[in-house]
Ligand binder design. Structure first.
Ligand SMILES: Cc1ncc(C[n+]2csc(CCOP(=O)(O)OP(=O)(O)O)c2C)c(N)n1
Ligand code: SF4
Length: 265
């Protein structure tokens, strides 16, 4: 199957602004699925609301475009009804970790076999660039013009602590490794989380004064380093990217099937 076969061409041109990172995520996700050879009828994409969540409009899979913050709740229902299908959940940082934070930690705790993609642009892009729980302390956004006084979440640490069995971080600058990480996350049996550091030049780039898409991607290039690198030891401010957690643990749907079996004896 060719990459274009995974796309709903009738919904193009897409709604993303020029330079938005979300299209890079869509591109790498489709390339990963094409490389893995997963038939599109075996994939369900469930999303909430946000610029990032719009990905579900553009892919020719079974798709549900649901409520802001609730994608993982819908996805849990889909996966429990049809554990044989691959369930992918693209979310913005607001969708996943502000309004959706509770669903996120409990999906991780259950280790349900869902692939969660957290597209972290630090703001609520769709509604005008308000800061999300992932905006770093001191940074500026539409609702933090004098600097953010809240502390940010680290998605990787949160997912690890909550029980996710595959946890990774990619960036839109490092597109080739993003595709490889997606392949590993999709084939992992259990709750997998990939945080993708991405850019919203329209709001975050403007209000933070970082600049346009190019400057934002240069920041991802210069501000990140492979996990466990010497550079991180020399400069602790660098953000690590790569795979942080890969573990085998009982998966929720498999355990639930065993429970039904025990109860039916
Ligand atoms: C229950 C509910 N609350 C608030 C909104 C308004 N809303 C729509 S998208 C969004 C935030 C989007 O930010 P994020 O999830 O980070 O995705 P991005 O647009 O940055 O990709 C909000 C607050 C909504 N649609 N529904
Ligand atoms: S507002 Fe930001 S996140 Fe939304 S499409 Fe534009 S650049 Fe992307």
């Amino acid at each position: 199957m060719a990459v274009r076969d995974y796309i709903r061409q009738r919904f193009f041109p897409h709604l993303w602004c020029p330079g938005c990172g979300h299209g890079i995520v869509l591109n790498n996700l489709i390339r990963a699925l094409e490389k893995l050879g997963i038939p599109k009828n075996d994939i369900v994409m469930v999303s909430g609301i946000g610029c990032s969540s719009r990905i579900s409009t553009y892919v020719d899979f079974h798709s549900l475009h649901t409520l802001h913050g609730r994608a993982l709740a819908f996805a849990t229902g889909v996966k429990m009804a049809r554990p044989d299908l691959h369930v992918l959940v693209p979310m913005g940082d607001g969708d996943a970790l502000a309004i959706g934070g509770n669903h996120f930690i409990h999906a991780a705790r259950r280790n349900i076999d869902i692939t969660a993609l957290v597209m972290n642009n630090h703001v609520y892009g769709m509604t005008g660039g308000q800061y999300s729980p992932l905006l770093e302390f001191g940074e500026k956004a539409a609702t933090a013009p004098f600097g953010n006084v809240d502390q940010a979440f680290d998605v990787v640490e949160l997912a690890r602590a909550a029980g996710a069995t595959f946890v990774a971080r990619a960036t839109t600058y490092h597109a080739a490794s993003m595709q490889q990480i997606f392949e590993q996350a999709i084939t992992h049996k259990g709750f997998s989380v990939v945080e993708v550091l991405t850019q919203c030049p329209t709001y975050y780039g403007k209000y933070s004064k970082i600049g346009g898409a190019v400057e934002m991607m240069e920041r991802l290039r210069d501000g990140t380093t492979p996990v466990g690198s010497q550079a991180k030891k020399e400069n602790p401010a660098l953000v690590e990217r790569g795979v942080f957690v890969r573990e085998e643990r009982p998966e929720y749907c498999s355990e639930y099937a065993k429970l039904i079996e025990r109860a039916s004896r």
